[in-house]
Design a protein around this ligand. Structure first.
Ligand SMILES: Cc1ncc(C[n+]2csc(CCOP(=O)(O)OP(=O)(O)O)c2C)c(N)n1
Ligand SMILES: [Mg+2]
Length: 657
């Protein structure tokens, strides 16, 4: 079927008009990209994207990601015109105003139809790779009848220029994600001007070298766009469709220049654009026949959806599939027994090993768990017998070898979680959270359940030295809102932290885990005490004058310090604080009981002390590491840097006076 160019032109102009008028009304925003890609969008939704505005979340819809998130008005226009209940025209009029779901950049929490929060360039495309992985995996598991959709991306020059693009397309090419199509807004313009200012790269050659199919088209010739997309769909590889466009197309004096990128066109230019486009309607008014043509684009998806519903009804796996897509956890058969066994005691163990032991059980019971590591599988202990490799030959596997692509891994995990049906976890060294921090931040903004398994969490990793030893990382991750940062102190706490992370449906978690062995510090699994964030691990025996608050590997040290204090008749509580965020959410009375003000409060954590004043008070004592580590065996480093009973005792005694 070929589309009718005469019908597509006014449909595209409706996007152009809404974009330039909304940006003009807000006097803020980006008209150039929506105006430039309007023709491509009209073709894409008219013929290709499978969507149902009446049921925006049905699991077998195509996923569309606007990676060039600054062009948000393109997406808002399409959602409105195709008949999603939101955004309304009123909400579009309020583009970029407080309370409007039409935020400056698309936010997945604001509108159905916005599959991912985008704006940080490059990450949208990288998340789409995760969505495409999720689709193939669930297809392998549930079959064509239930899972059979595509992933579409609109990306700009910026998305392709960012470093993460290399990681993302490398992974997609390797995994042969042929159902992924990227439409590149090849307009030769970025904010500073022509792309000639900053790049001479042969993007087509780079994509081809990475295992992608590449095709070009004139992004303003709808028949040519159609030809190119048809070719992309026919090719088994993931496809890059280079759409040669003019940024701000339709604004007669500004099109083709960066002036249209990120500011209102101005009243005069908007009026001139109306002339040029032959668009005689007032701002925010769309003629009924154009609405009707846009609305009709949803008919294909609506029909596909109803056929899919029939197939779901007929499927003997309907309940399982629906629960899975709803993100529900199945019954955990062996978990309680596992925790009881751990509480009974065991050998000294690194918490990365404790995490592996927990994952052994959890991956057996929870098929949605898809693991992976950025080339540190043996160090992160992320692979279990239940998770075979997920490869181009076997998408049914449950372990992704992400390669040395930390940022790409984190973004792909966001995409998998956004897709639904998958709970992704992935590992690297904690110090390299810096390499994926922008995606961790997007996990938090997007409220997705992603678990970061970050091992080698302090100087305790030893000989690899300061480049590999996290110092500021735990504390700096705690600063990210809506992110749980957990530093468990033994095998039981690690199990509890995993349990919390998996039950958190709208928050990501970072697990900070040790390389070095730790003894068991708790032997009662009757209540998940980590869920309180911090709890009294051991109460003072003598009159309490000190509360020691420690996390992770330093809990053992705190217990030893407490023993020594008690030996001198000084009562000391030991508080284990695996997760400050959860502790902060406890009632005042609980927190006051755990951290009383009338005693000396001492924090012990092998990381920056910055921020621990919140728990020790300014008059408390903070034992930490406010400088980089060194290359030496772990025990030597702990001793040298003051993490020993002998070095801590005099500081406490001096404070007690
Ligand atoms: C990671 C990141 N860096 C910088 C920006 C700021 N920024 C927004 S759009 C843009 C230029 C993008 O150029 P292009 O993708 O070609 O978009 P176009 O101007 O063609 O619409 C920049 C630098 C951003 N949003 N994200
Ligand atoms: Mg551009």
């Amino acid at each position: 079927m070929s589309l009718d160019p005469a019908r597509l032109a006014p449909m595209a102009n409706a996007i152009r008009a809404l974009a330039m008028d909304a940006v003009q009304a807000a006097n803020s925003g980006h008209p150039g990209m929506p105006m430039g890609m309007a023709d491509v969008a009209a073709v894409l939704w008219s013929k290709y994207i499978k969507f149902d505005p009446k049921a925006p979340k049905w699991p077998d819809r195509d996923r569309f990601v606007l990676s060039a998130g600054h062009g948000s008005m393109l997406l808002y226009s399409v959602l409105h015109l195709t008949g999603y209940s939101h955004p309304t025209i009123g909400e579009i009029r309020n583009f970029r105003q407080f309370g409007s779901p039409c935020a400056g950049h698309p936010e997945n929490t604001h509108l159905e139809g916005v599959e991912a929060t985008t704006g940080p360039l490059g990450q949208g495309l990288a998340m789409a790779v995760g969505m495409a992985i999720a689709e193939r995996h669930l297809n392998a598991e549930f079959g064509d009848a239930l899972v059979d959709h595509r992933t579409w991306v609109i990306a700009g020059d910026g998305c392709l220029m960012e470093g993460i693009n290399h990681e993302a397309i490398g992974l997609a090419g390797h995994l042969k994600l042929g159902r992924m199509t990227v439409l590149w807004d090849d307009n030769h313009i970025t904010i500073d001007g022509s792309t000639d200012l900053s790049t001479s790269e042969d993007i087509r050659a780079r994509y081809a070298a990475t295992g992608w199919h590449v095709v070009s088209c004139n992004g303003h010739d709808t028949a040519d766009i159609e030809r190119a997309i048809d070719e992309a769909l026919a090719d088994p590889r993931p496809s890059l469709v280079a759409c040669k466009t003019i940024i701000g197309k339709g604004a007669p004096n500004k099109q083709g220049t960066s002036a249209t990128h990120g500011s209102a066109l101005g009243e005069a230019e908007v009026a001139a654009a109306r002339q040029t486009l032959g668009w005689s309607y007032p701002a925010f008014e769309i003629p009924a026949d154009i609405y009707a043509d846009w609305n009709a684009t949803g008919d294909r998806g609506n029909a596909a959806h109803s056929q899919w519903r029939d197939r779901l009804k007929a499927s003997d796996r309907a309940t399982e599939f629906t629960a899975r897509m709803n993100g529900e956890l199945p019954q955990l058969h062996d978990w309680a027994a596992y925790k009881a066994q751990v509480a009974a005691g065991g050998p000294k163990m690194a918490t990365r090993k404790s995490s592996e032991a927990a994952l052994d059980v959890l991956t057996q019971d929870i098929p949605a768990l898809i693991g992976g590591s950025a080339d540190l599988t043996g160090s992160n202990n992320t692979k279990t017998p239940s998770t075979g490799p997920l490869t181009a030959e076997n998408y049914g596997g449950r372990y992704v070898y992400y390669g040395i692509r930390e940022f790409g891994m984190a973004a792909a995990m966001n995409g998998m979680a956004l897709h639904g049906g998958i709970i992704p976890y992935g590992g690297t060294f904690l110090v390299f959270t810096d390499y994926c921090r922008p995606a961790i931040r997007l996990s938090a903004i997007q409220h997705v359940r992603v678990v970061y398994v970050m091992t080698h969490d302090s100087i305790g990793l030893g000989e690899d030295g300061p480049t590999h030893q996290p110092v500021e990382h735990v504390q700096s991750l705690r600063m990210i809102p809506n992110l749980l940062v957990m530093r468990p102190g033994d095998t039981l706490e690690t199990a509890e932290c995993w349990e919390i992370a998996l039950n958190e449906r709208s928050r990501p978690t970072v697990l900070a885990l040790t390389r070095q062995n730790l003894p068991a510090v708790r032997h009662d699994a009757s209540e998940n005490l980590c869920a309180k964030g911090g709890y009294r691990l051991r109460g003072a025996k003598a009159g309490r004058r000190v509360v020691l608050v420690a996390t992770g590997s330093e809990v053992e040290l705190a217990l030893n310090v407490a023993d020594t204090l008690e030996g001198q008749g000084i009562g000391a509580d030991v508080v284990s604080m695996p997760c400050t965020e959860l502790f902060d959410e406890q009632p005042d009375a609980y927190r006051a009981d755990i951290l009383p003000r009338d005693v000396l409060r001492v924090s012990i954590e092998a990381g920056t002390t910055f921020g621990w004043e919140r728990y020790t008070g300014l008059d408390g004592l903070r034992i930490g590491l406010d400088h980089f580590g060194a290359s030496a065996p772990a025990e030597v480093l702990f001793e040298e840097f003051g993490f020993s009973v002998e070095k801590i005792m005099p500081k406490i005694l001096a404070k007690l006076g």
